[in-house]
Design a protein. Structure first.
Length: 933
């Protein structure tokens, strides 16, 4: 194969032909070295032909050669010539050349010389009217890829006018190729286009094709408008009346693509032009109800999404849909039944066990780790349920209908029940399992919205659901698990004595079901029971652990991921109850067996890391015998990630950046070990020389990583290590200097402190929270050594403290940290009291009595003693914060008493009485009772 040298190809005959020359040769065929071009062209064709081979060895060889050629500037000229200039070639080879060209454009376009780019544009566009639909589609893909790479049509200003010109031509192939390209450009680059210059001029032509005799053109035209409508409604505003007229004129069009695009248009118009659509909405709603039942599922799904969009404005939805609920609810529940194709795909009529059948790699969905957040901050909610059918992940009419019923239940609540309950009763008692299953799904879908109205019926429904856990159909058992999980909060809060144990034990039985789909649903549902049950789970730990450990031996790869999550959730829920030796001995051997068996690149390792992190935190020092292999694996993953990151930066074309999720979860697991083991981790760290290097790397790399989640987890680890083993962290809190042989001093290492301060940015709440928390922990350990930093860091903390509508935990951590600075740096911080005392008191009053709150108030008291005038204007807020303490330690209580009595003495009894008379009575009474003021 040819190789590149100095920007040119060197063919087998050793003849160099530059990219521009090759472009000219391919056009004219009249220049010298024509033979070498033909040879190379034949070689490319040979590769294209062989790429269609079913032999994997041949495919691999072809791919390797194509990858080499992709880096050559003029390779694209040959590809576009094969696509557009060699009409006699096989359609498959021409199309493949186009797809390779598309990938080449995506990766190399900015490196092409201008003449090569122009050659590709001109010759690609020349085939937009090719007789082959496949070639026309390929040309459209290449064109839109070029527009994306050039960030719009600014460098190809003639493109859209030319495509619009082609729409006027009588050749249907030209029309279809042009409209297809327009649609792709609008879809991929709508936001890159200027409405006035690029879209307005062509929109009337597009609308005129709504009534085209060609079904294909009608669908493409409607799709084009929808593509731009999703991005920007301004181009539609100019022609909105004509658009609506043309749109409604398609209501009875029998072409499936047209019907699908019509439903999509109506959904998009709800958001962009509701005022124009409003007069027609009663008819539109009737039409959408009809289309939601369409036998073509693509149309039905598009129609059903209308309800989800309408529900985004709950008041409007309630007003508009109330008269239609009697029609709509039965339709949605009917659409929640499995279709025949669903049942075949899911083997719904097969009652055989499949738990011993290995999973395919493509069955396993990717997982994403949520970084650790220090000091109790919530790190975002889990994704909501989307219909209880996690095992059939395609977005289909069943899932869309269930999601629609869910949101409608949250809007209409009890008003939905008169339409819903009779249908549910009939479905749940039906002899056909498919209908019964859809009723159970519907019951789960309305759980959140209709809970208060459903509650009187739950004493009948919960026993029914428990019985359905034993249904002979796996799909019935699996959906029952999900629906039970939706009512778990009621079981725990309202009927714990009656139904909690049967629900827990019923789900545990299904966790060991012989059907993988039921295992998955049961394990997920049981994790919900663990979260809701929390303190009530502990008495059942023996049964739970025996079941989960048994599941380790029968689960295949996909369900193992869910099992790890269930074990981790259990640990989070029961906490140190899991640390009893009998439980440790049951759970840890299978976990550690998995730990030892998995390699560092194994997909299963990721959820196992998360699981072990939760287990380690729950077990505390009981985890110590298992700590070393876990610790060493984390260090290996961290150093491996750093090494790969460095290599990827040095050789970006050869080495990919590592998956940061593995790094993040390893950092979080180390953090969890430090938090749960405390000083007990110190001997392990002392034995491991790598740790000190790891800390240096953290200081130099991870806490400055561009990925927010990496910084977030790094700061959490830094804070936990500060608490657990300060002497390992301390060397990196002070700058390191080196003196050369002519006595000049250079700083060779930055400290943690300035890097922490750089991340006191509330636009990244979790990063900011962890950085401030870690800084607060360091301030306690550094003592007076913090004085050198405090005045440079304090303004950043005060800015965070004074932000409006700030996140609660972030403000609490900031208040604690500022307060702690007063313990050793009171002289530096006290003059600034007036800038932060009010919001700090607001935040501190909401924290329960604990060591963090105590340290903050001690520092604040020291600062007030130095600068009492700094709190005069906000003294009522200080009093309120002091009164928030239930049982302060005697030393702290004495400090509070001195401050309160000192102020009372300073202003006099009469003024003090008048001042405190403005306090809310509970505050006044509490201060009088505790501090006699």
């Amino acid at each position: 194969m040819a190789t590149e040298s100095g920007g040119a190809y060197t063919g087998r005959k050793g003849v160099c032909v530059h990219a521009r020359t090759q472009c000219e040769l391919l056009v004219s065929g009249t220049m010298a070295h024509f033979d070498s071009v033909l040879i190379f062209l034949s070689q490319v064709l040979h590769l294209l032909h062989h790429s269609q081979s079913t032999d994997t060895v041949v495919q691999r060889s072809v791919q390797q050669q194509l990858d080499m050629l992709n880096g050559h500037q003029s390779f694209c000229c040959y590809l576009v010539h094969i696509l557009s200039g060699m009409k006699e070639e096989q359609e498959a080879s021409r199309s493949l050349a186009g797809l390779i060209l598309k990938n080449n454009v995506r990766s190399q376009w900015s490196k092409y010389p201008d003449e090569v780019r122009q050659f590709v544009k001109t010759n690609t566009l020349a085939s937009i009217g090719d007789p082959s639909p496949l070639i026309r589609a390929t040309v459209g893909i290449i064109i839109t890829t070029i527009v994306v790479e050039e960030d719009g049509v600014g460098q190809w200003s003639t493109l859209l006018p030319y495509l619009g010109h082609l729409l006027d031509q009588p050749d249907p192939n030209l029309q279809e190729g042009s409209m297809g390209a327009i649609q792709k450009i609008f879809e991929d680059s709508g936001e890159r286009l200027d409405p006035e210059r690029h879209v307005h001029p062509i929109m009337p032509k597009i609308l005129s094709f709504f009534c085209s005799e060609s079904p294909k053109m009608r669908g493409l035209a409607m799709n084009s408008v929808n593509s731009i409508l999703m991005i920007n409604n301004d181009p539609i505003s100019v022609v909105i009346d004509d658009f609506l007229q043309q749109l409604f004129g398609r209501a009875h069009d029998q072409e499936p693509e047209v019907q699908k695009q019509l439903c999509r248009s109506l959904t998009l118009l709800l958001d962009s032009h509701f005022d124009k659509l409003a007069p027609h909405l009663p008819n539109v709603i009737d039409y959408i109800i009809m289309k939601t039942q369409d036998v073509n599922e693509n149309i039905a799904v598009e129609a059903c999404e209308f309800w989800l969009s309408l529900a985004e404005n709950s008041d409007v939805c309630k007003e508009l849909l109330s008269p239609f609920l009697g029609k709509l609810v039965p339709v949605l529940i009917k659409c929640m039944r499995y279709s025949e194709s669903d049942i075949v795909a899911l083997k719904g009529n097969c009652d055989e066990e499949d738990s011993m059948v290995p999973d395919r790699d493509e069955d396993i969905k990717p997982r994403f780790h949520k970084s650790k957040v220090a000091a109790g901050q919530v790190n975002g909610e889990d994704n909501e349920d989307d219909g209880g059918d996690e095992t059939y992940a395609e977005w289909n009419i069943r899932r869309c209908s269930a999601a629609s019923l869910d949101v409608l239940a949250s809007i209409f609540k009890q008003e939905l029940l008169p339409m819903l309950l009779p249908i549910l009763k009939e479905a749940l008692c039906h002899s056909e399992w498919e209908i019964k299953e859809s009723g159970i799904l519907a019951l789960g879908a309305v759980a959140e919205g209709c809970m208060s109205g459903i509650t009187p019926h739950l004493h009948e429904l919960i026993p029914f659901l428990l019985s359905m856990l034993n249904d002979k159909k796996p799909l019935v058992r699996s959906i029952t698990c999900w629906t039970l999980s939706r009512y778990c909060s009621w079981v725990v809060d309202e009927a714990r004595d009656q139904y909690f144990e049967p629900t827990l034990k019923g789900l545990l039985v299904r966790v060991l079901d012989g059907n993988k789909r039921v295992q998955e649903a049961a394990c997920s549902a049981f994790a919900t029971v663990e979260e809701e049950g929390a303190d009530f789970i502990a008495p059942y730990l023996s049964d739970i652990l025996q079941t989960l450990v048994q599941a380790f031996s029968i689960y295949q790869a996909k369900n193992l991921l869910i099992l790890y999550d269930a074990v981790g959730t259990l640990a989070n829920s029961v906490g140190n109850a899991l640390s009893q030796p009998v439980y440790v001995q049951v759970l840890m051997p299978p976990l550690m067996e998995k730990w030892q068996r998995l390699g560092n690149d194994d997909k299963e390792l990721f959820p196992l890391l998360e699981c072990v992190s939760s287990v380690a935190s729950a077990m505390g020092i009981s985890f110590l015998p298992y700590c070393e292999p876990v610790y060493n694996r984390c260090i290996t993953l961290i150093t491996q990630s750093l090494r790969q990151s460095v290599e990827a930066q040095q050789r970006p074309n050869e080495v990919e950046m590592p998956d940061k999720d593995y790094l993040i979860v390893a950092l979080d697991l180390l953090s969890g070990l430090a938090e749960s083991l405390g000083a007990h981790i110190d001997p392990l760290m002392g034995r491991n020389e790598i740790l000190n290097d790891c800390l240096v790397r953290i200081s130099q790399s991870f806490i400055q990583d561009p990925t927010a989640e990496v910084r977030q987890s790094s700061f959490a680890l830094l804070g936990d290590l500060t608490k657990a083993c300060w002497h390992h962290v301390k060397p990196y809190t002070l700058p390191i200097y080196e003196q050369d042989n002519i006595y000049k001093i250079y700083k060779i290492s930055e400290t943690f402190i300035p890097i922490l301060a750089m991340n006191f940015d509330p636009s990244h709440i979790s990063v900011c929270n962890n950085a401030i928390w870690a800084f607060g922990e360091m301030s306690l350990k550094m003592g007076v050594e913090m004085k050198q930093y405090v005045l440079s860091v304090l303004p950043h903390l005060i800015r965070v403290m004074n932000q409006k509508d700030g996140q609660r935990t972030l403000l609490e951590n900031t208040a604690i940290t500022i307060g702690r600075l007063g313990i050793y740096c009171a002289e530096e911080v006290a003059p600034h009291l007036v800038t932060f005392i009010r919001p700090a008191c607001f935040s501190l009053r909401n924290i329960r009595d604990n060591a963090e709150k105590e340290s903050a108030f001690r520092g604040i008291c020291y600062m007030i003693n130095l600068n009492p005038s700094g709190v005069v204007n906000d003294f009522v807020f200080l009093c309120d914060a002091i009164a928030s303490w239930s049982t302060p330690k005697p030393e702290l209580k004495e400090m509070f008493s001195r401050i309160l009595n000192g102020f009372r003495s300073q202003v006099g009894i009469e003024n003090w009485t008048a001042f405190t008379a403005q306090f809310p009575p509970p505050l006044r009474e509490r201060l009088a009772a505790q501090y006699d003021v």
